[in-house]
Design a protein around this ligand. Structure first.
Ligand SMILES: C[S@@+](CC[C@H](N)C(=O)[O-])C[C@H]1O[C@@H](n2cnc3c(N)ncnc32)[C@H](O)[C@@H]1O
Length: 210
């Protein structure tokens, strides 16, 4: 998701209660960012924040962090939060490649929602569910690695099923049409668009074997 450069993006981000400017300073101490010490869930590639704002409202007993690599995109999430009073939500502007600089055995659940699909085979390792990334994620979890993925893209979904299996995950919940199931769900921005177009949403929950 690319947006035109937003004027004053840096000022908008750094003046917000929801934005953390130097997340590396909180490594091993992420709970201190929140009012209450409780489980932390992470979304990588949170875009304009709709999913996490909805989740933070719905589950006040969980702390949520969203990471997004473009500041111009994250500004939209921060602006959406203006009217909210959420003490369980923070956003970091960073690339998933740097995840180990910030996260270390503190995450309970990881969400990968409508990640960039990188459909060409030669770009397979750029997918956020490739073995490269799954290996990185292993040490961010406080307990058993636990990932929830949603996508509209069949190529990404098929390769994710394969990569999770190759990396010792058990797929506990797989759906080829999330919106026809009873699975609890909060829509993302992209999901809203695809649902309006009548496209099915692929869903999986993957838990690594001990
Ligand atoms: C297709 S959008 C989906 C946004 C949102 N999750 C949704 O479902 O509406 C993918 C988002 O992931 C971000 N992204 C892609 N690769 C990333 C990475 N390596 N680290 C952090 N964010 C990333 C993009 O900038 C973009 O905002």
């Amino acid at each position: 998701m690319r947006l035109r450069n937003v004027k004053n993006a840096y000022e908008i981000l750094t003046s917000s209660f929801y934005f953390v400017e130097n997340p590396k300073d909180y490594k091993n101490n992420l709970s201190s960012l929140f009012l209450t010490e409780q489980p932390i869930h992470l979304e990588i590639g949170c875009g304009k924040g709709q999913f996490l704002i909805g989740m933070a409202k719905k589950y006040p007993e969980i702390n949520f962090i969203g990471i997004e690599k473009y500041d111009s995109v994250l500004v939209r999430a921060i602006q959406k939060c203006k009217e909210e009073d959420l003490h369980n939500l923070k956003f970091f502007c960073m690339d998933a490649k740097e995840i180990l600089d910030v996260f270390h055995h503190d995450i309970e659940t990881l969400y990968l929602n409508f990640s960039d699909p990188w459909p060409k085979n030669r770009h397979h390792e750029r997918r956020l569910t490739s073995t490269t990334f799954l290996t990185l994620y292993e040490s961010i979890f406080c307990d058993t690695p636990n990932v929830i993925q949603k996508t509209d893209n069949p190529i990404l979904f098929a390769s994710s099923l394969e990569d999770f299996s190759k990396n010792g995950y058990i797929l506990s919940n797989v759906s080829l049409n999330l919106h026809e199931t009873e699975i609890e769900n909060v829509n993302t921005e992209y999901e809203d668009k695809f649902v309006k177009l009548g496209q099915p949403i692929y869903y999986l929950k993957a838990i690594q074997k001990k």
